[in-house]
Design a protein around this ligand. Structure first.
Ligand code: PEP
Ligand code: MG
Length: 590
């Protein structure tokens, strides 16, 4: 038994098996059950074969024009079979029973150490190739587990998280009904994870320096938030003490946070809605106290319910269930926002759905997606609109169009809504009037917000895309992630422009991008005059607690100071100074 002492920031004591989360390296490390070892090996093998086809394809493309570069990929193809990398990772999975991502990372670390010892500078340089290849293997592992939540779903119910650092956006993806508590290397009493732990009501110890390196995945530990300690390999007596003290701190099922607006310290009501991807997320949204759904990313239907794409009844049933579950709160359904890349990723399955095949050579994130794609596929768009309008009588529906870059597109979509309503009326079931809004996520839409505002019932600012298109930074490209700056003066100005246009035309405006999930950025947005937000459910309790501690008038003054600053560094400094140490989103959303 060993004791580590840190700073207890949320009281209570729990025991559990450690899940290690090394966020800086973006690699999650956890113990898998013996039954899951084969699955992890299969994932590794799948990633290796995807990597092999990608490398072969790249090589073939370069062969004619750049033969010298093509040979670099020959080297990577050879390394793919080198016993030190993928086969070694497989051995690590078998021996240590860890997830494939972590095994690849470890095999890479071992390889790099060998390269570091080599005297020949040419060979030493090859370390970059190994890094590139290990990165590709990890990327291909990520394809089937796109979010951390998916990764963490493999974690069993008696887990505790040990992380180097737990940022709000990361914490928001953890299923806190499974994870019992957490411990972090970083942090202090005023650190935002402290607020987070208190609002989640889980025991937590922070400021442990290197606990994430000392504790092994799967190791049994006790987190004692009241005594500021983490106990490794507790004795049976210690575990008995935990059992005596571990009153179940969680509210019973069905209970949760109060529903209703958050209120700032000076009494301003702030609306907090939830972003959801799957109908199953509703429980988390309600538990977190969301007033309504500010963004339902309906395209996730395509990932799980492929048949529903062309099936009006199936879609109607799904929308109706969500509306009923959230009533009287509103549900903002964003019509399919899918791009050709995403279609390409699901090509095999989508080939089954006529009209959704994609031209892979033309796939691009700035190309055919969102409302543009829906307008190009009117048959499928009509099905979605009819299903939505039929469901409208079962709750409070709002329909939102994504990726709008012109008033003309909006008008075309509104015509189609009118036609869908007329179809239903002919069937004898005229739908109620439904609010229609747009996501403001393309700079052109932000600059013409006054023109769009005349023709819609609401706006939602999609900062994830707005940032990438305004700053010309692909949100999925790690190489430019340091340029993805929510605090760039251009972004703040655009948000103010949109807020003003909405106010002038008396329509509500919310922020539904990841910016709203980050407490520091949320505070600034409130200072900029926004009062409606939609965020990932896990971020809502923190936002509510944080807003209760801040005054809107002071945030307004802070925002005015910030709007005079010219650089992101100065803005960040001013914000941090005012709000305390908080982690700002960098490097893309989702
Ligand atoms: C956005 O762009 O900010 C947004 C909310 O939508 P998504 O992240 O789904 O593109
Ligand atoms: Mg978007």
């Amino acid at each position: 038994m060993q004791r580590l002492t840190g700073i207890g920031v949320s009281p209570g004591v729990v025991s559990g098996r450690a899940v290690i989360l090394i966020q800086r390296a973006q690699v999650l490390r956890y113990q898998v059950s013996p039954a899951r070892v084969a699955h992890e090996l299969a994932r590794l093998e799948e990633s290796r074969s995807r990597s092999r086809s990608q490398l072969t394809e790249i090589r073939a493309r370069l062969a004619d024009r750049r033969p010298e570069m093509a040979s670099l990929f020959d080297a990577q193809l050879l390394m793919l079979d080198d016993p030190m990398l993928a086969p070694r990772a497989a051995e690590i999975i078998r021996q240590q029973r860890v997830n494939a991502e972590w095994a690849v990372q470890q095999a890479f670390d071992e390889c790099s150490a060998v390269f570091d010892e080599v005297a020949d500078p040419y060979l030493r340089e090859r370390k970059g190739d190994v890094a590139d290849l290990a990165g590709r293997l990890r990327m291909n592992l990520r394809r089937d587990v796109s979010t951390l939540r998916d990764l963490l779903s493999g974690v069993d119910e008696s887990s505790v998280i040990v992380a180097d650092e737990l940022t709000p956006s990361l914490a928001a993806q953890v299923d806190w009904t499974k994870v019992r508590g957490f411990a972090t290397d970083a942090g202090s009493r005023t650190y935002h994870t402290a607020i987070l732990a208190r609002s989640l009501d889980v025991p937590a110890v922070v400021g442990l320096h290197n606990a994430s390196a000392q504790i092994e995945p799967g190791q049994l530990i006790v987190i004692d938030g009241s005594a500021s300690q983490v106990i490794l390999d507790p004795t049976p007596e210690e575990l008995a003490r935990v059992a005596r003290h571990a009153d179940d701190r969680r509210p019973a099922a069905g209970e949760g946070e109060p529903r209703g607006p958050a209120v700032t310290a000076d009494g301003v009501a702030i609306r907090l809605d939830a972003n959801i991807e799957f109908p199953d997320d509703l429980a988390a949204a309600r538990y977190a106290g969301a007033e309504g759904i500010g963004l339902y990313r309906s395209e996730f239907l395509l990932a799980s319910e492929l048949d529903a794409v062309g099936d009006e009844d199936r879609q109607y049933a799904i929308y109706r269930d969500i509306l009923e579950a959230m009533a009287p709160g509103w549900v903002t359904v964003r019509t399919f926002d899918i791009d050709e890349d995403q279609l390409a990723a699901r090509r095999a399955r989508h080939a089954l759905v006529p009209g959704w095949e994609t031209d892979e050579t033309r796939a691009s994130r700035q190309g055919l997606r969102g409302l543009r794609l829906s307008l190009m596929r009117p048959e499928l768009f009509r099905i979605q609109l009819r299903a939505l309008l039929r469901a409208a009588s079962h709750g409070h529906l709002r329909i939102m169009f994504p990726f709008v870059s012109s008033v003309a597109q909006l008008r075309a979509a509104r015509v189609m809504v009118g036609e869908a309503a007329a179809d239903l009326a002919r069937r004898g079931a005229a739908p109620p009037r439904v609010a229609i809004g747009v996501t403001i996520e393309i700079p052109a839409a932000a600059y013409t917000a006054d023109l769009l505002a005349r023709e819609v019932d609401f706006f939602a600012i999609g900062t994830n895309d707005l940032i990438q298109y305004c700053l010309a930074v692909d949100r999925a490209d790690e190489r430019v992630s340091q340029l993805y700056e929510p605090l760039h003066p251009a972004i703040l100005r655009m948000i103010v422009t949109v807020r003003r246009a909405a106010a002038r035309h008396r329509i509500p405006v919310s922020v539904c991008g990841e910016m709203a999930s980050d407490p520091a950025l949320l505070a600034l947005l409130v200072g900029l005059g926004l009062t409606e937000f939609s965020m990932t459910p896990g971020a809502i309790p923190v936002a509510r607690q944080m807003l209760a501690e801040l005054r809107r008038d002071e945030l307004g003054a802070l925002a005015r100071r910030i709007r005079r600053l010219a650089t992101v560094e100065d803005i960040e400094h001013e914000l941090m100074h005012a709000i305390g140490r908080l982690t700002l989103i960098k490097g893309g959303a989702r």
